[in-house]
Design a protein around this ligand. Structure first.
Ligand code: NAD
Length: 247
């Protein structure tokens, strides 16, 4: 699968799934613009993605800020001329009993997971409408959001990632006749900096297959959706069977 000259904007591209997706995208001949909160982390990530710097650009800042979203889109257009794909990957996860969430946690998770999707998607789709084509991939969550697990209470993930899944379908229908596809990948629990190594045994058991996923599992799903012109409005579960039922 080649992404020759295709331009992807990937939010949260300084680590984990977003960085792996960016590395893979550039390996396949594409160009990426990544975003994350910390300039130094982004600079390091950009070197790993493309040491020549030719196929990667980055914009530091909080993706829930409409001005940062605007800069990211402007950077993609200035550096690479157009935008083919937006991967809404930036996100946070806090597990705790419902009544223990603080107002700050509520506001922060809503801001990153929802506003962080909203502003940049609006701007990206505005550009995609001009070219009559484009693809948006939202990274939602499987188990904790769709098939709640007693041992991992996470209502803010359910609220925000569940909302993203609904928005995926809504936008897919709204833009299907405009050449713009909108899909989601719903991961199970994936080995990224989000989870300390000491938690991996416990987290692995929260999947029917008995183990956690790897970042490449999610990257493969993004790549599949990118190369599937008849697929839109899909929530592709990459979750070791979590969404299939009880086990
Ligand atoms: P990660 O912590 O390695 O990456 C998260 C990225 O988001 C980082 O690059 C971080 O800088 C960025 N980010 C966070 N807040 C931001 C903000 N306000 N502005 C800009 N960037 C911000 O974690 P990951 O596991 O790679 O997570 C990627 C996505 O996958 C997230 O949306 C997460 O909810 C989702 N997800 C992860 C798992 C998992 O188990 N790892 C499971 C389901 C869904």
């Amino acid at each position: 699968m080649t992404f020759q000259h295709k331009v992807a904007v990937i939010t949260g591209g300084s680590s984990g799934i977003g960085k792996a997706a960016a590395i893979d995208w550039v390996k396949r001949g594409g160009n990426v613009v990544i975003n994350g909160r910390r300039e130094e982390a982004l600079e390091e990530a950009a070197k790993d993605i493309d040491p020549s710097g030719e196929h990667v650009a980055y914009v530091a800042g909080d993706i829930s800020n409409p001005k940062i979203a605007e800069s990211l889109i402007q950077e993609a257009l200035a550096r690479f001329g157009h935008i083919d794909t937006l991967v809404n990957n930036a996100g946070v996860f806090i597990s705790k009993p419902f009544t223990d969430y603080t107002i700050e946690e509520f506001e922060s998770v809503l801001s990153i997971n929802v506003a962080g999707f909203f502003h940049i998607t609006q701007l990206a789709i505005t550009e995609m409408l001009k070219s009559g084509s484009g693809h948006v991939v939202n990274i939602t969550a499987s188990g904790v959001a769709e098939q709640p697990i007693k041992a991992v209470p996470a209502v803010l993930a359910a609220l925000t990632k569940g909302g993203l899944a609904a928005a995926t379908k809504s936008l897919a229908i709204e833009y299907a006749d405009k050449g713009i596809r909108v899909n989601a990948v719903a991961p199970g629990i994936i080995k990224t900096p989000m989870h300390g190594v000491e938690t991996h045994d416990f987290l692995g058991k929260l999947h029917p297959v008995g183990r956690m996923g790897e970042v490449q599992d999610v990257v493969n799903a993004i790549n599949y959706l990118e190369s599937a012109p008849f697929v839109t409005g899909d929530i592709l579960h990459v979750d070791g069977g979590q969404s299939a039922g009880q086990w």
